[in-house]
Design a protein around this ligand. Structure first.
Ligand SMILES: O=C(O)CCC(=O)C(=O)O
Ligand SMILES: [Fe+2]
Length: 359
């Protein structure tokens, strides 16, 4: 897919414009961010700073525990791929990502039964760090999820209107059987890393199959960067009182490539600066229905003419529209082959993961 335009800064969208009677301005700014950048900051988002401070405090308390305590909550115990991943366990395109993380997701009212399709395992109940390890962790993070969810839905309404679509056009993607995934991440600074580890916090990637990612950068540290069309990395410097929002390939596909899923990465914090913490929330869509690309207004047709997809991107689009549940399951197994092999041996085997695979 064609890359985003040559932006040199990330726009800031102020949700207060609506109360000030300046909704049109907000919609124009949103449309520009969606089409030309793929990233924006959102301010006056309504999520209390005191809650965000508590999430950071709890994250520090958890990540500061000895490894043997953290490993009690390892993902390997979870059919839904939620839980702890230790530092350096994941890679992006074969290169080590220097981060540790805890994956968690929206509270849902689905208890997978034996006769449910296998992907229902992705909704299986999971374990948060217990109160004896970090008091209040679960309550704090569930409160954050509710806030993220409310804001995400509000942003999708603004996205829809900015593209000239009915405000509720995305509702059908969320009706039921839906759970958004999130994680809290610690990126150690390079002084805490082995020199051979390099300084990749997470390598260049798009947020696959999601619509929007909402991201809280909990420290005023550099690291997050977005790639523009000229191949320049543009800093997404933390701004007080904002979240960063970026577009995932799911929204790119639903809008037939008119909105941009921009490649981004995180560099490890420089020596002596201490660790960086962040909390992304990945707004997905329900997994149980085939989708169609949205009918977009004719004024946006000219943008569609520019779309070029590689064969892999075209295949991904077909999978997203026709077999999303399988795609999501395979994505999880690919990211965490040890968990996949333990809980879904047949799927793992189909993907070339077996008893000989080194995890
Ligand atoms: O930690 C960040 O700032 C970004 C993380 C990210 O891009 C991801 O996990 O997909
Ligand atoms: Fe990302």
């Amino acid at each position: 897919m064609e890359k985003a335009a040559d932006f040199t800064a990330i726009p800031v969208l102020d949700l207060n414009l609506i109360n000030q009677g300046k909704e049109e301005q907000l919609l124009d700014e949103m449309r520009n961010a969606l089409i030309n950048v793929g990233f924006f900051y959102v301010k006056n988002h309504g999520v209390p700073q005191s809650l965000l401070d508590k999430t950071k405090e709890s994250a520090i308390k958890f990540f500061d525990q000895p490894l043997e305590v953290k490993e009690k909550f390892d993902k390997i115990h979870s059919r839904s791929f939620y839980g702890y991943s230790k530092q350096g366990f994941e890679t992006t395109k074969g290169k080590k990502d220097n981060r540790e993380q805890y994956d968690f997701g929206d509270v849902v009212d689905i208890a997978p039964k034996t006769d449910d399709p296998e992907y229902y395992g992705l909704y299986a109940p999971f374990q948060y760090p217990t109160d004896d390890v970090v008091p209040g962790f679960k309550d704090t993070y569930e409160e954050l999820l509710r806030n993220y969810n409310r804001l995400g839905m509000r942003l999708l309404e603004i996205v829809a209107k900015s593209l000239g679509l009915p405000y509720n056009v995305f509702d059908k993607y969320f009706e039921k059987n839906h759970q958004n995934r999130a994680k809290v991440i610690k990126y150690p600074s390079v002084s805490e890393l082995d020199p051979l580890d390099g300084n990749q916090g997470v390598g260049p990637h798009k947020d696959q199959a999601f619509t929007l990612t909402l991201l809280y950068q909990a420290d005023f540290l550099p690291g997050l960067q977005a790639l523009n069309n000229k191949g320049e990395w543009i800093d997404v410097t933390p701004l007080p009182g904002t979240f960063v929002v970026n577009i995932g390939t799911g929204l790119e596909i639903l809008t037939d490539g008119i909105t941009k899923a921009t490649i981004h990465r995180v560099n490890s914090p420089p020596a002596g600066m201490g660790p960086r913490y962040s909390i992304p929330y990945f707004l997905g869509v329900r997994l149980d229905e085939p989708f169609k690309v949205l009918d977009l207004p004719t004024e946006l047709e000219y943008l569609r003419a520019k779309i070029k997809r590689t064969p892999e991107e075209e295949q991904f689009k077909q999978d997203f529209l026709n077999r999303l549940s399988t795609l999501m399951m395979e994505n999880r197994v690919r990211s965490h082959p040890d968990v996949g092999y333990k809980h879904y041996p047949e799927i793992a085997k189909r993907m070339g993961i077996d008893e000989n695979t080194k995890f």
